[in-house]
Design a protein around this ligand. Structure first.
Ligand code: CO
Length: 208
């Protein structure tokens, strides 16, 4: 791809937007009020807005390798703080995807330098669910399951933050765990039972 192509694409996009609404960019300048915080993988094939069919202004997006929410990551914590406590989103979504390179790398024994501490977070998920994963013989199925369990654990990490805990008390905030399937394009709701998980984890992680 010629990088200059991006600028002609941008001109075409501006023209298309203005054709349907002359005031499109004036409206875009107004305060943002997204109702969803989307935490997804940086994978170039999993384009958040496009797969959800949403428009600019609809979703606050945060992406990193393997859709992680480590509590020591200032970037992830700042995004949650801003989206939940300031923008007051109604939904927090952690969206993983099958064929995730980050999850795959964490399953393999390899020294990946700077990526080691990041992928260690996924290895911790593996250790936490070793019994469940150990029962799955098929490698492809195990890989899929780890993608799902990683989504679940990152949702739990989001719930551990003071911002989400405070919001749970004050208003109707929901946390969702989703998985995108590259093979079919389908978005799947893992329908994680957060009431149950919440009860279990709050015993340990309650902040007040
Ligand atoms: Co990925």
């Amino acid at each position: 791809m010629d990088i200059r192509q991006i600028f002609s694409n941008n001109e075409r996009w501006i023209a298309e937007k203005l054709k349907t609404d002359r005031n499109y960019f004036e409206k875009l300048c107004l305060e943002q009020k997204p109702e969803i915080l989307y935490i997804g993988c940086s994978d170039s094939r999993v384009s958040a807005e496009e797969l959800m069919g949403v428009q600019p202004g609809d979703v606050f997006v945060y992406r990193n390798i393997a859709n992680m929410v480590p509590n020591t990551d200032l970037s992830a914590m700042s995004v949650i703080n801003f989206a939940v406590s300031h923008l007051k989103v109604k939904h927090v979504v952690v969206c993983g995807h099958y064929q995730c390179g980050g999850v795959k790398a964490a399953m393999e024994q390899a020294d990946l330098g700077l990526l080691n501490p990041w992928l260690r977070n996924i290895r911790d998920v593996y250790r936490l669910h070793k019994t469940t994963l150990g029962k799955i013989e098929n490698e492809a199925e195990k890989y899929k399951k780890l993608v799902e369990l990683n989504v679940q654990e990152q949702c739990v990490n989001a719930i551990k933050t003071p911002d989400v805990q405070k919001a749970f008390k004050e208003r109707a905030l929901k946390v969702h765990g989703w998985v995108f399937d590259l093979r079919t394009g389908k978005l799947k709701d893992l329908e994680i039972d957060f009431d149950k998980i919440l009860k279990d984890i709050m015993e340990i992680y309650r902040l007040d």
